[in-house]
Write a new protein. Structure first.
Lengths: 124, 375
């Protein structure tokens, strides 16, 4: 069972994404901020990280950069959740090492498709 | 006697303090209990809502509609918050549950409520439901006497995205305290390509501010069909701000037919801000045909025009960089031929070219610079 780390400060989205991924058979660890995500990822590197771009204290972009800089998590695929498909945000996300992105408001089905596609790509 | 009065006063004060303390404790207990009951009531529907949304609304809609009113009331704020964060089938399915529960009917009634909070909340709900049927009523709200309500109505119309609202949104800008231009521009863009005809027609609006918003919306929509109309605005409009916006948006649209109107706007007889905007737009446009015109502007008397022209050449890539290098080399040749370096440093044109080349080289090291003009 693949383990997914979700960092999202909005409780509604956190609960919904956790629920959706768990029902699809994933082991999900959900945290509400970037520092908690970094701690968890370094302690138990996940198979995939879902990161909200805008979080309090430390942004998703910075977390992404930190994960890429650490050899334990450098190869973990990262999907960014971003509020707007602004080209600047996306450029920053990809420059920081993001693998893919999902725009909010989002479709749970589309999110699950992206997660499965990225995991399939990594495993081949 | 004095002692008795003092004692009675103290006793009365103690009773008052005790009564207030008991009152506070009772109110808190009641609130906590109500909150717990509310949370317990909301817990069931919340789980059902999450399951329903996670399954893209394929199953469980009837159960949500059948939830008792008090439990639904407890869960409704969370469900509404969830609605605004979803799109696709999950959004449509959840919106369907709200419609079946009569939430939209109530919201449409509340648009005429005398409380502005109720009116704004109703507008937000209708926007989150993306209910096209509510567009006429939301358009009416654009004339609300309270600015906050009007702003919520503008956002709601953007979320619904019905181009039928375009004209009313544009007209709402023509008042002494309109909604912020950027918000209206963003909303007009959300209405999509079907709003382009209305936006083009509104370029004849008597208010310059309205024309600027329409130009920005056309540019952001990528309305290439409106290039000729925008070019006419660039040439003929009476307001300088509008002409500058026309230039910027022609650059944004990036079509070849925008090169000639923008090149005309570079003429020395035109106002300086317009010439600078046209130079910048030619850089955004990415047309190598503009290189000669821009190159000629680097020794312009107006600093801003020369500066924008140099950076437009930088953004044009290889042909623009070549032009910038030519300018720097030409000056180097002149100084070496005379055998004297200019004591004041490079000329204006060479200085602008050097600056642009240096910026082009940042993060892109290569066999660039001819940056050594003799001092």
């Amino acid at each position: 069972m693949s383990r997914i780390l979700l960092a999202e400060d909005d409780p509604d989205i956190r609960h919904l994404v956790t629920f959706k991924l768990q029902r699809a058979g994933f082991d999900v660890t959900a945290v509400a901020d970037g520092f908690a995500a970094l701690r968890d990822a370094h302690a138990h590197p996940p198979d995939l990280v879902l990161l909200d771009v805008r979080m309090p204290r430390i942004s998703g972009i910075e977390v992404c950069r930190e994960l890429r800089a650490d050899r334990r998590t450098a190869g973990v695929p990262i999907i960014m959740l971003t509020a707007q498909a602004r080209s600047q945000d996306l450029e920053q996300a990809f420059a920081a090492g993001a693998t893919d992105y999902v725009v909010k408001p989002f479709s749970p089905r589309e999110l699950l498709d992206r997660v499965e596609t990225v995991l399939a790509r990594v495993s081949t | 006697m004095m002692l008795t009065i003092a004692t009675i006063t103290i006793i009365v004060l103690i009773v008052i303090v005790a009564a207030v303390a008991i009152g506070i404790v009772v109110v808190r207990l009641v609130r906590t209990r109500r909150q717990r009951r509310h949370t317990a009531l909301a817990a069931g529907p919340r789980r059902a809502l999450l399951a329903f949304v996670a399954d893209n609304g394929e199953d469980g809609g009837d159960d949500l509609v059948a939830i008792a009113d008090d439990a639904w009331r407890a869960a409704e704020p969370g469900a509404l918050a969830l609605l605004s964060k979803l799109r696709g089938e999950a959004h449509d399915a959840l919106a369907g549950v709200f419609l079946r529960r009569g939430v939209a009917r109530q919201a449409i009634r509340d648009l005429r409520h005398r409380s502005r909070v109720r009116r704004a909340r109703a507008a937000q709900i209708l926007g989150d439901l993306e209910l096209s049927a509510a567009v006429p009523e939301l358009c009416r709200l654009l004339d609300d006497r309270h600015g906050e309500v009007r702003i919520v109505a503008v956002r709601a119309l953007g979320r619904i995205g019905d181009p039928a609202a375009a004209w009313r949104l544009i007209a709402s800008l023509d008042r002494s305290d309109p909604a912020p231009s950027l918000l209206v521009t963003h909303t007009l863009v959300q209405l999509g390509a079907d709003a382009e005809v209305t936006l083009s027609a509104a370029l004849d609006h008597p208010q310059a501010r309205v024309r600027v918003v329409c130009l920005d919306a056309l540019g952001l929509l990528g309305a290439t069909g409106a290039v000729d109309r925008i070019a006419r605005v660039l040439r003929d409009d009476t307001s300088l701000d509008v002409r500058v916006a026309a230039a910027a948006n022609l650059g944004r649209l990036g079509t070849r037919s925008a090169v000639d109107p923008l090149t005309d706007a570079l003429g020395a007889a035109r106002p300086m801000p317009l010439r600078a905007a046209a130079a910048r737009a030619l850089g955004d446009l990415g047309a190598p045909a503009a290189v000669t015109h821009l190159e000629g502007l680097l020794d312009d008397d107006a600093f801003r025009v020369a500066h924008e022209a140099a950076h437009a050449l930088r953004r044009l890539g290889h042909p623009g960089h070549e032009a910038l290098r030519r300018i720097v080399s030409r000056e180097a040749d002149v100084t070496s031929a005379t055998g004297l370096g200019s004591p004041a440093g490079p000329s204006g044109a060479a200085a602008h070219a050097q600056e642009a080349l240096a910026l082009a080289g940042v993060g892109n090291p290569g066999p660039e610079p001819v940056l050594t003009v003799t001092r």
